[in-house]
Design a protein around this ligand. Structure first.
Ligand SMILES: [Fe+2]
Length: 221
């Protein structure tokens, strides 16, 4: 055919090189996008995380950092470290009120945060976030002595969130594949309320967020 060139041994098919170039460019674009999303999330925590964490004696940013640091220290997978860092992001989004518990309201921040994160992350990140309040209610119902481990503020919000789960709610939650990660996150959440606990800076977790965003299973960058 006129204009058609045979591609044989030793001859380079221009289309192959071109495909490789496109695939490299696409990877670069995805990496840049993941970095932008990670920066946006960290900037949100930095800009709005100075407010008190509910009725606790530390602020939201310190609580998030402590939770992520505990996850990292316990060897959690990167998606769960990201979930730990971002689990309360629903408190920081537009319209979130810092004093809902004070006013006797459940802010449903776990749903707001999980839905927000679902723009970019898969269930490995969003479901521990979505379930971290249910996990508290589950642990209070099933783990002897767990309720005594809650801070005063968390005990107060437990009542607003519906109290310990009932038998049918426990059975339903135990069918949820995300429960185990949510329970792990929840326990770090309880321990991440220590005034003055040393943690890495926010930027330490940037590479973790980027890695998760680029992961074919968890990220949707
Ligand atoms: Fe929390």
């Amino acid at each position: 055919m006129l204009g058609e060139q045979a591609v044989g041994p030793g001859r380079r098919d221009p289309a192959c090189g071109s495909a490789r170039n496109w695939s490299g460019a696409a990877e670069d674009m995805m990496a840049t996008r993941a970095e932008e999303i990670a920066d946006r999330l960290l900037a949100l925590i930095e800009a709005r995380g100075g407010g008190w964490y509910g009725l606790e004696r530390i602020n939201e940013a310190a609580h998030s950092l402590q939770c992520a640091a505990l996850a990292e220290r316990h060897g959690a997978p990167t998606a769960l470290i990201a979930a730990a860092l971002l689990h309360d992001i629903g408190h920081l989004l537009d319209g979130a009120a810092e004093d809902d518990a004070d006013r006797g309201c459940d802010d449903r921040h776990e749903e707001i945060g999980a839905d927000y994160l679902a723009q970019w992350f898969g269930p490995e990140v969003t479901e521990p976030v979505r379930l971290h309040v249910a996990a508290k209610r589950y642990l209070c119902a099933t783990a002897s002595g767990y309720a005594a481990r809650l801070s005063e503020a968390s005990t107060r919000s437990l009542a607003l969130q519906g109290g310990p789960l009932g038998t049918s709610e426990i059975a339903a939650l135990e069918r949820n594949a995300g429960l185990a990660d949510a329970v792990r996150l929840r326990q770090w959440d309880e321990d991440a309320k220590v005034v003055g606990m040393p943690t890495p800076p926010l930027d330490h977790f940037r590479a973790t967020l980027v890695e998760v965003l680029l992961s074919p299973r968890a990220g949707r960058a």
